[in-house]
Design a protein around this ligand. Structure first.
Ligand SMILES: [Zn+2]
Length: 194
């Protein structure tokens, strides 16, 4: 435990395997809830070395640290509605590989996404949502167009589009492996997509 801060880092493939193992524990109801104690808090109080960035939705049912069964200091988490991105969101993702040398970026979409459902409804009915919400709708419009407005295909299309966008990012290219994944609310399982 004492030297884990550095020892935890490995290749993107190894880090994904670690997340997958944690997710299998979560889905099976056998979470370890690792590295969530005062010792770990002290260990990472003055420095951090998260081994992955997770870009995910704000949905209250999909907290990345819980669904991957990891602890504090393990993940750099960026969350927006349906993991839509603007320049600030991209900057937050870039921070992981650039400044903290995290080798893996996971784009995590999920089943029955409320933001995707609301955007699909607004686009179908040509409604304008209040406040800043039209920004989310606009960000999801390409996925809507490529999936006939059906929510689950739209979620998956949006994950793949986001992966492509991040893979083409000049700061992430060569610095991190970007993969897409889908979380099932029904089973608790994360499935890798790309
Ligand atoms: Zn969502």
């Amino acid at each position: 435990m004492r030297n884990e801060l550095v020892a935890w880092r490995g290749t993107a493939r190894q880090m994904w395997a670690r997340l997958e193992q944690g997710n299998r524990r979560w889905a099976a109801g056998t979470s370890h809830r690792p590295r969530q104690d005062p010792e770990r808090r002290k260990q990472v109080a003055t420095s951090q070395a998260p081994y992955a960035v997770v870009l995910s939705c704000i949905d209250s049912r999909v907290p990345p640290e819980v669904v991957f069964d990891v602890g504090i200091g393990d993940l750099l988490v960026v969350r927006t509605a349906a993991h839509t991105l603007d320049s600030l969101g991209i900057a937050a993702v870039q921070y992981g590989p650039q400044d903290l040398r995290a080798p893996l970026v996971v784009v995590l979409g999920h089943q029955r996404c409320g933001a995707v459902t609301a955007a699909a409804r607004a686009l179908r009915g040509r409604e304008t949502l209040p406040g800043e919400l039209p920004h989310v709708v606009a960000a999801l419009e390409p996925a809507y167009a490529s999936s006939d407005g059906q929510v689950e295909p739209m979620v998956r299309a949006h994950i793949l589009r986001t992966v492509s966008r991040l893979r083409a990012d000049p700061l992430l290219y060569g610095a991190a492996t970007v993969i897409g994944a889908y979380y099932s609310l029904d089973t608790g399982l994360v499935t890798r997509m790309a």
